[in-house]
Design a protein around this ligand. Structure first.
Ligand SMILES: [Zn+2]
Ligand SMILES: [Zn+2]
Length: 181
């Protein structure tokens, strides 16, 4: 049996972050019908880009590939740091397409990031969608034209809020057609 791992990077703390982690673990277990294991991950200071004041998601994926347990089918890391790839101002997350590792950031999922009062419901809802999105990539799904699907491309928070925290019928069917691993 291989497991889905959901790992927190070491800088995550606080009640909201812990609640988000627990929710992602439960949601992943339910969606992919797999046992989920926890993994403690190091901080990602090594990926800091002083010029941008953000953290590179590519070096984080490289670290995760090394940290990935042998019995892991997939490993999704959750960080509180703001992530980027060189061609974009930021990313909500990044995952290897059809690969074993992915990372998502909570930084831009909080209402506070946009100068709004905190909302537990909004934060958890966005976290659930982004976790499904990155997991979907790891399971081989590409971006979906259905704006309400978890696999729709989101480049701003409004586009995340327009999604449902689930896959559309077409993406769900693709997941079901995958050979059992
Ligand atoms: Zn994507
Ligand atoms: Zn879809």
């Amino acid at each position: 049996m291989r497991y889905l791992y959901v790992g927190a990077t070491s800088e995550l703390d606080g009640e909201a972050d812990r609640e988000a982690l627990t929710m992602v673990r439960e949601r992943m277990a339910e969606e992919f019908s797999r046992p989920v294991r926890e993994l403690e991950l190091p901080g990602i200071e090594f990926a800091f880009d002083a010029g941008r004041g953000q953290f590179g998601s590519i070096p984080v994926l490289e670290m995760l590939a090394r940290a990935c347990p042998a019995d892991a089918l997939k490993l999704l890391a959750i960080t509180g740091r703001d992530l980027f790839i060189p061609v974009l101002t930021f990313v909500y997350g990044q995952a290897q397409l059809g690969g074993r590792v992915g990372v998502m950031s909570l930084a831009r999922l909080r209402q506070e990031f946009y100068g709004l009062p905190p909302s537990r419901e909004v934060f958890l809802d966005r976290t659930s969608k982004e976790a499904l999105h990155e997991a979907g990539h790891m399971f081989g799904l590409v971006h979906c034209a259905d704006r309400g699907c978890a696999m729709a491309l989101a480049t701003n928070i409004r586009q995340i809020d327009l999604k449902r925290a689930m896959f559309c019928a077409s993406c769900a069917a693709q997941l079901r057609r995958r050979p059992k691993e």
